[in-house]
Design a protein around this ligand. Structure first.
Ligand SMILES: O=C(O)c1cccc(C(=O)CC[C@H]2O[C@@H](n3cnc4c(=O)[nH]cnc43)[C@H](O)[C@@H]2O)c1
Length: 240
């Protein structure tokens, strides 16, 4: 199976690729470069597409289109990287999303935030296959729960509390998952989001971010992915 992993930055890409062993580089249209590990039965391509949902969607769609045109489509897309953790997800822990939710895609109204779905547009959530989430989370020793996608990193206790109240079961916050999931859905490819917690969601304290520990945890999580995908193979045969 061919798996596309999309990160935001090069350090996250390298942490994922380190789990996969020796890599080649492959160029894509638009100036993107893939790290390609020819594993069997799971081959990983890893792309650093940039920070935020728009960059993530553009990079993911480019890689998916290129693969389809080359006659070697992906069977799974994974949004991966570090992220902020809500209270149940401590620093260094691994989170596998059972829901990938756009938390700030909507409108402010006199009654508060209204998601675009309440305005009659689009979607704000993607739900990866439960069996696949269970298998990947179990293999990685991860918790599973909602991961919200935001365009602005949360920087206050009030905003963190608002997100937790609006999204019961939220475990982590990051900036790309929903963009990756939108592109995957457009191409009818299953999606996952895997985050390792580098910081607590809340008042901004960049000095307290534990990026090294989170990147090490990311490598550890991806070491377990091929085994989990092999075990979960039947749940990946998606019927559009
Ligand atoms: O400075 C570095 O060495 C470094 C290495 C790896 C990654 C970074 C980033 O700044 C990545 C930004 C990326 O991280 C996600 N993220 C992390 N914490 C949060 C958060 O609390 N809220 C939202 N997003 C978060 C996000 O997906 C960014 O793309 C730096």
């Amino acid at each position: 199976m061919r798996v596309l992993v999309v990160t935001a930055v090069a350090a996250e890409r390298d942490a994922v690729a380190a789990a996969a062993g020796p890599c080649d580089e492959a160029a894509l249209p638009g100036g993107y470069a893939l790290r390609r590990a020819a594993g069997s039965p799971v081959a990983l391509d890893v792309l650093a597409a940039g920070v935020g949902p728009a960059a993530a969607a553009a990079g993911t769609a480019t890689a998916l289109t290129a693969a389809t045109l080359a006659g070697a489509p992906y069977g799974l897309v994974v949004s991966a990287g570090i992220g902020g953790g809500f209270a149940p997800a401590p620093l260094g822990s691994v989170v596998v999303a059972d829901a990938i939710v756009a938390a700030d895609l909507g409108a402010e109204t006199p009654d508060g935030f209204a998601p675009v779905t309440e305005l009659g547009f689009g979607t704000v959530a993607h739900r990866p296959g439960p069996a696949l989430v269970r298998a990947v989370a179990a293999a990685a020793g991860a918790a599973s729960g909602t991961v919200v996608t935001v365009s602005t990193v949360t920087g206050s206790a009030a905003r963190a509390a608002e997100l937790a109240q609006r999204h019961p079961g939220v475990l982590a916050e990051a900036m790309e998952g929903f963009g990756v999931a939108e592109a995957a859905a457009a191409h009818e490819v299953p999606v996952l989001e895997i985050r390792t917690v580098s910081n607590a969601v809340g008042p901004r304290d960049r000095g307290a971010w534990r990026i090294g520990a989170a990147l090490t945890a990311l490598t550890g999580a991806f070491r377990t992915l091929p085994g989990a995908l092999t075990a979960a193979a039947p749940s990946l045969r998606r019927t559009p």
